[in-house]
Structure formats: C-alpha cells, structure tokens
Design a protein around this ligand. Structure first.
Ligand SMILES: C[S@@+](CC[C@H](N)C(=O)[O-])C[C@H]1O[C@@H](n2cnc3c(N)ncnc32)[C@H](O)[C@@H]1O
Length: 270
C-alpha cells in the first residue's frame, strides 16, 4: 500500500476551526470505527446519514479506471475505497490522525491501495490539476470554510474535472436550536448571514466548528471560483428511517436535511 509520509502541518499555523476540528475528531474517532467497518464491507456506495444508494443517485462515474480521485476529509475512507473499487487511483486526506489510523487499518485488511494523507483539506500538498475527480461526504463539505476549500478543490482538479460533495442543507442548520439539540420545525437563526457554525459552547454534544452558506451563496461561490453546477440534490429520509445525529427522521421526511452538489471545473480553466 502506498502511504507516503505527508508534509506535516504545524498545528499552531492552522486556522482556529481546523485546530478545534482536529481535536474534536481525534477524540471522537473511536465512535466511528464500527460504522466505518460496516461501510468498508459494503460494495454498494451509499450517501449520507440516510444511506441513499448510489444506484438511485448516479453521482459517481461507474467506471473510474485510470482516474485520479481525491476525497477531502475522508474519515475512515470508505468512499475512497468505493472509488478505488471502481478503478480510480485514490488519495484520501483527513485532518484527524486517529480517523486515518482506522482508514489505514481497513485499507490493509481489505487490500485496497489508497494514499492517505494527514492534513487540512483547505491546503492540500499536491500540484495544480492533479485530479480528475474530487469528493467529500460530510468531510471538507461541512468542516472546512467553503471560501477556502472550494477554491482548493478547483485548483486540484484538471479542467473538466468534477467535484461532488454532500453536507447538511442550510435549512437544517437554521432549524437547529442554539442548544445544539435536534432540528425542529422552527427557524432558529438567520438565513442570509449563514457561514460559521460554532458548536464548541453549546449544551448538547459540544464541539466542532462547521460551515454552510445560503443556497445563493453557494451558487455565487461556485460561479466566482470557476465551477459550473451540473446537479443539485436534496435528500429525503426514507419512510423507514430512524433518527440520526441531530436530525429526527420525521423532520427529514418533511424537509431536506442533506444536499449534494455536483460541479464541473470549467474547461477553459477559469
Ligand atoms: C463525518 S467524517 C466524514 C468522512 C465519512 N464520509 C463519514 O461520514 O464518516 C468527517 C471527517 O472530516 C474530517 N475533517 C474535519 N476538518 C477537516 C479538514 N480541515 N481537512 C480535512 N478533513 C477534515 C474529520 O477529521 C473527519 O474525519
């Protein structure tokens, strides 16, 4: 397995949210081992906390033979494994050394060749235009500042390359109470200024700093960065869903809790 020693970030140089999220995810990594192992065992990709099958969404190329792919915030790297099984050469990068320990062990056990790097997905140590495909499922997609990681993903992609990412909808975030409790059918915060969501001081499950934008803010960022929007999906919880994390299934039957963007780097490189 190819696992080159990455150029190490000096923690003190990292932005505050990256340092906070590193400590948060290192502390939580043990809780994510079992779900990571389950996902690695499955050969059918599925998306988000409702496990919507890729076969329904069709967002990954079926055949990734010869493609260079990167997962930004790969966690236990099951999505990286799914892309590798489709034939891609895959780099997974993550801010948590503990999450990567699980990813490395599972890659060894499943005999899947991944390059796994410890670092911040807002500044990835690869040259411009190194990848054909970039992906994030709840990784950089929610834990990195979009004004930093979206331009970084654009830089990493070759012209014509795709970025697909899944995260919470802005609606789910404005319906989440300031206590950090589960989403409610109530608008708890303003929409237009949505950007940094700091959960470090909340009562329920404190820790972590997330990011999101109003839909128009995402569109504007993509346009100004040089991405065309190919698709936008709002995922609905299936009828038999059970409550997940901070999203009650009943809420997510009525409103979209997760969104997926599919973007293409403009081929003039702009
Ligand atoms: C929920 S996991 C996402 C991986 C996987 N898809 C999943 O859902 O389990 C979130 C991951 O994002 C990583 N992460 C947080 N901030 C990051 C950053 N600045 N750069 C890279 N990864 C980051 C965390 O370390 C964590 O492993």
């Amino acid at each position: 397995m190819t696992t080159p020693e990455p150029p190490r970030n000096i923690s003190a140089d990292l932005p505050v949210h990256v340092r906070e999220n590193r400590a948060y995810w290192d502390a939580m990594a043990d809780d994510w081992v079992a779900s990571g192992e389950r996902a690695w065992r499955s050969h059918e990709p599925s998306w988000g906390c409702w496990n919507v099958p890729e076969a329904e969404l069709n967002l990954l190329p079926r055949d990734m033979t010869g493609m260079d792919a990167i997962e930004l915030g790969c966690g236990t790297a099951y999505f990286s494994a799914w892309m590798a099984r489709r034939g891609a050469r895959v780099v997974g990068t993550d801010n948590s050394a503990r999450q990567l320990e699980t990813a490395r062990r599972l890659a060894r056990e499943h005999e899947i060749d991944l390059t796994l790097l410890h670092g911040n997905a807002e500044a990835v140590p690869f040259p411009d235009a190194s990848f054909d495909f970039a992906l994030s499922e709840y990784g950089a997609a929610i834990w990195c500042d979009p004004h930093a990681w979206i331009p970084e993903a654009h830089r990493l992609l070759r012209p014509g390359g795709d970025l697909v990412f899944l995260g919470n909808t802005p609606l789910a975030m404005i319906c989440t109470p300031p206590s950090g409790g589960a989403a409610e059918p109530v608008l708890h915060r303003d929409y237009f200024d949505l950007h940094r969501l700091d959960w470090t001081g909340v009562e329920i499950d404190p820790g972590g700093i997330e990011f999101n934008l109003p839909i128009s803010g995402w569109f504007r960022l993509f346009r100004e960065t040089g991405f065309d929007v190919l698709d936008y999906r709002e995922l609905r919880a299936p009828a038999d869903a059970t409550d997940r994390f901070a999203i009650p299934a009943a809420w997510a039957r009525r409103w979209p809790s997760e969104q997926i963007w599919k973007l293409r780097k403009r081929s003039d490189g702009s």
